[in-house]
Write a protein that binds this ligand. Sequence first.
Ligand code: AQP
Length: 331
Amino acid sequence: MDSFAKTVFSAIQPSGTITIGNYFGAIKNWVELQNKHNCIFALADLHTITVMQDPAKLKRNTLEAYALLLACGINVEKSLFFIQSHVNTHAQLSWILDCYTQFGELSRMTQFKDKSKKHVDNINCGLFSYPVLMVADILLYQADMVPIGLDQKQHLELTRTVAERFNFLYGETFKVPEAYIPKNGARIMSLQDPCKKMSKSDENLNSWVAILDSSDNIIKKFKRAVTDSESCVRYDESKPGISNLITIYSCATGKSFDEIEKEFDGVGYGIFKEAIGECIAENLSAVQHRFSEFIQDKSYLEKCYKESAERALCLSDKTLKNVIEKIGFVK
Ligand code: AQP
């Protein structure tokens, strides 16, 4: 690894089929960042069990997510890319940092409030302390930069607070990381309720587009996307439906909002929705093709995630040992 480059850490939960929200908000940036920085990426399966999972499905989702991220361009020659539960230091540091995070701080996390409403029958302690595990994930690698979508901003702020608190108590231990939020695509909204973010665990299958959806399905989902009753293709925050579609089209094509408005001047929403569907389907077809190759080669996947996990363990163990020393545990 280049010792002058920055260290970047980010993770994604294998909690379902990965959406274009995850893609434009996170993965696409990860792929670009790998060319300049020392990147460490993980599949956050420990985070995933904060919500009840079917074991067979979780296993399948994890392997598929691994293959899919390779297909999107995560390159294990350049970056570390491992499965979080394979690296024990994450759970160990998380417990320690639980003791340096206040109940009040975690109570204010909007993701906890949202998920508690969604899973009323399973408001478990892991769901509550999820942000601390994310703090540990990041601080273990002394990350400078954490690429995230806007939904994770509050968790990143908590990471900074906990790092500063620990450093204040015990002297410089953790690097205080910065968030890296994309200018465009930081918050892709649901196609059925554009006031809600697009989420892979949303039960309404028309609300999200998965990277692995068939072309027909992608085109159908965009045709069904909820918009307002007007028909002028114009970005306007008071019209979240059409504005979300413009954002998605802009992420996929690299065109500015102005260029898109000109391109679709005088045509109705119907034609625009069809154009986005076709464009996204075309954009994703190469990724889908590569995915179908990676997913068949289980021994290659295993080699990649095992090697990365070994290297991640070595790196993160340095931080953990330092923390253990500072808090007074006998080595
Ligand atoms: N809709 C989104 N727009 C932009 N970025 C997004 N991200 C997630 N949804 C959007 C970013 O994707 C990365 C990985 O997210 P995650 O899987 O760790 O957790 P999440 O944010 O909870 O994603 P989901 O899809 O909503 O998962 P579920 O449904 O399981 O809760 C993060 O960087 C996130 O910001």
